[in-house]
Design a protein around this ligand. Sequence first.
Ligand code: SF4
Length: 286
Amino acid sequence: MEPDATKLVRAYLEREMALGLDAVPGAAAAQRRGPAARAAHASTPAAGVGASALPVGRAASPEPRPGRPAEGVPSALSHLLVEPAICAASSLEELRNVLGDCRRCKLCSGRKNIVFGVGDPRAEVMFVGEGPGEDEDLQGKPFVGKAGALLDRIITGGMGLGRDRVYIANVVKCRPPNNRNPEPDEIVACEPFLRRQIELVAPRVVISLGAFATQVLLRDRTPISRRRGQWHQLDGIGTSGPVALMPTFHPAYLLRTPGDKRLVWEDIKLVMARLGLEMPKRGTSA
Ligand code: SF4
């Protein structure tokens, strides 16, 4: 590795740690796994999805769509550390081809299918979850189990949209063993693909589902209970305009805590108002 590249990687990792990841992502593991893993580790850190909080209730009126991905604007240091092919992918299909039969992190060893993402490639609303569970791993699609059925009810009953009108993806594309949280090196390896998905879809609103996805996107550890219901803005996403982020509870949490569905409903109402969409007359139950 060139000395300058070393500095860039060190700066990136220090930034990530300052923003909330509590270990140097993957460095030790990459050392253990040998040269190929070290090379992959050095080449795949995530670009800097930061975010800034906006006041509660901001943007009650619709805001313009952020537009298509901006090209040739490697403004963040971390852009320099992402695989060029990821940044160069000009469609979701191309990005999926770049991902290939991915071996960039250790989650590849236990997966049955890579769960890349589904939905409208020009959706105005994008949902981001944590990672595939068992059902998703088996089917290769995000949110297809019981939690997925509840997400469907939120999309159709709560928003009056079809699944084909939104885009759904996860922070990591392979199932973590025993549904544990993804580890820092796995996030660093996989998150550039999520970032590029957001850039390519260029949604007006990203809805992060649950604490994990929210904390990754916002780069801090604030509990989801304090984040949900407030608008945030994703910084460092290479779209030509801002992308708003609305954190809310994960459907799996709602299955365990149905009393909090009303809070998700409040969050969805904020999203609908921002998009200028009418609430469906019926189907207010998630
Ligand atoms: S989780 Fe992401 S980076 Fe890791 S092997 Fe799967 S697709 Fe590749």
